[in-house]
Design a binder for this molecule. Structure first.
Ligand code: HEM
Length: 444
């Protein structure tokens, strides 16, 4: 950690920890990624398990057990959660459910006020509202891929058309995945139960993975993106795999000769692994953990239609090839999420609570540069920085939000990165190679 020159306005440090009382411009601490750090809050007199919002401690000892956002709230006990509370569009009225148990001195990052102003501007422009006509079209597109895929299997007696059917079904999976993503962020009807139901229809019955399992992991991924606590082995669950380490900070989680060999050749295995086993991995991961009966009904429904479709193919060989093609094409779609994060900043949980949450969302994300007409293919999530900063924003508005977010980043010197898919892949592969080379063997 080093000290950086900081900007002083009206006697206050506007770059870093807000303690620049001397005005000598040398007081803000920055970490190795160049992020300004604020001093940790003094919690010595915090009376109970409390979360800080806008300078007030709220006792969550009981509430955390029923918090709809899940146990991730634990990570904010004794911490200031004002930014993340707003990022998930919590209604301030929710706070009436919890008791105030004290006050604390907030330390603010200069950029946060601008990101918040942007939120208000986007709210006024209706970016957090649902366009139902747009969603009807999205559902129509997804179902069209499905009908085309099924028709290719049922109406033709030709091997190659059957395999084309596998590709079409993979596109149905992709579009269903995006709709499930919206629903699990509650950005469709914006009503919890309805969105979860629609999300389960597209994500579990359609795509085949447990949508609620995915939601539970995804919420954590959004809040502690690219973060790790080595002591407790707590890590962004969507950003770590057993077979590669995309950042040096993940090294303590790996050991043994098998993982050593995997990491050493990770830049070679990365693409084939994602394509060939990505789908099987995500499905089996979700089945291993899932215990909710309604999810299991949806999983059975998925396999019912899938087996019924496969049974229409003339031989076991053709069925096997069909599913492998379908899984590989769907595996290709996984790159989008991976490329948006893998070569970006990683952070320890200690530092995580000292940096600006907004600034770190920008630094731990990358946008994919593409033409507007291709947004359907990326589900609009090619504007991943905007999605992470404003997870409740309707995805049809992410592209429009882009230039505004970029302007705030430029104002505050935060590196806003946007690369083409090919450049992002090249950068990720050379990053994986460099990280793999740095890994030293650790016995298990
Ligand atoms: C005392 C403070 C808090 C209260 C009273 C509270 C309350 C709530 C409520 C009522 C919801 C449901 C909103 C809805 O369905 O529209 C919710 C959702 C959520 N909360 Fe909190 N929350 C608090 C703090 C936090 C903190 C500190 C975090 C981050 C670590 C967080 C993360 C979330 C997330 C991610 C969701 C959305 C879950 C989803 O979309 O399924 N909350 N919270």
């Amino acid at each position: 950690m080093v000290r950086q020159e900081c900007t002083v306005e009206n006697g206050h440090c506007v770059t870093g920890n807000g303690d620049c009382m001397t005005g000598n411009g040398k007081c803000a601490m920055i970490n190795s990624d160049g992020l300004a750090l604020v001093s940790p809050i003094d919690v010595s007199d915090m009376p109970s398990e409390a979360v800080g919002i806008d300078g007030v401690w709220y006792d969550v000892t009981q509430f955390k057990k029923i918090h709809p956002g899940g146990p991730i709230i634990d990570q904010y006990i004794g911490k200031d959660a004002s930014t993340v509370f707003r990022a998930f569009n919590h209604d301030p009225a929710f706070l009436k459910r919890v008791k105030q148990v004290g006050r604390y001195k907030m330390a603010q990052h200069a950029c946060d006020a601008d990101f918040e102003k942007l939120r208000q501007y986007f709210t006024e422009r209706g970016f957090f509202e649902t366009d139902y006509v747009w969603y009807v079209m999205k559902a129509f597109v997804a179902m069209s891929w499905f009908i085309a895929g099924v028709t290719a299997v049922l109406a033709f007696d030709n091997f190659y058309i059957h395999m084309l059917g596998a590709v079409l079904i993979a596109f149905f999976f992709q579009q269903s995945g995006f709709i499930m993503h919206d629903c699990m962020h509650k950005t469709m009807t914006r009503q919890r139960i309805k969105d979860q139901f629609i999300g389960t229809f597209f994500g579990t019955v359609g795509f085949g993975m447990s949508s609620h399992w995915w939601h539970d992991e995804h919420i954590i991924h959004h809040i502690v993106t690219n973060a790790i606590d080595v002591t407790t082995k707590f890590v962004d669950p969507q950003m770590w795999e057993l077979s590669w380490a995309q950042n040096e900070k993940l090294f303590p989680l790996f050991s043994g000769i098998f993982q050593y060999l995997c990491i050493k050749i990770q830049h070679i295995t990365f693409v084939p692994f994602v394509v060939a086993i990505g789908r099987y991995e995500i499905l089996t991961d979700s089945y291993r953990v899932e215990r909710r009966w309604y999810e299991w009904i949806a999983i059975v429904l998925h396999w019912t239609w899938m087996i019924a479709l496969l049974s229409q193919l003339p031989s076991w060989r053709e069925r096997a090839i069909f599913y492998v093609i379908l899984a590989c094409v769907e595996g290709l779609f996984h790159f989008q999420l991976i490329l948006s994060h893998y070569c970006k900043a990683f952070i320890t949980m200690d530092e995580f609570h000292q940096v600006s949450w907004n600034a770190f969302q920008v630094l731990s994300n990358m946008n994919l540069h593409t033409y507007k007409f291709m947004d359907w293919y990326y589900g609009g999530l090619n504007f991943h920085i905007e999605h992470h900063l404003y997870p409740k924003m309707a995805r049809k508005h992410l592209r429009t939000a882009g230039p505004y977010v970029k302007a705030v980043c430029e104002k505050h010197g935060i590196d806003y990165e946007m690369l083409s898919f090919v450049d992002a892949l090249k950068k990720t592969l050379s990053h994986m190679k460099r990280v793999g080379a740095a890994y030293k063997y650790q016995s298990g």
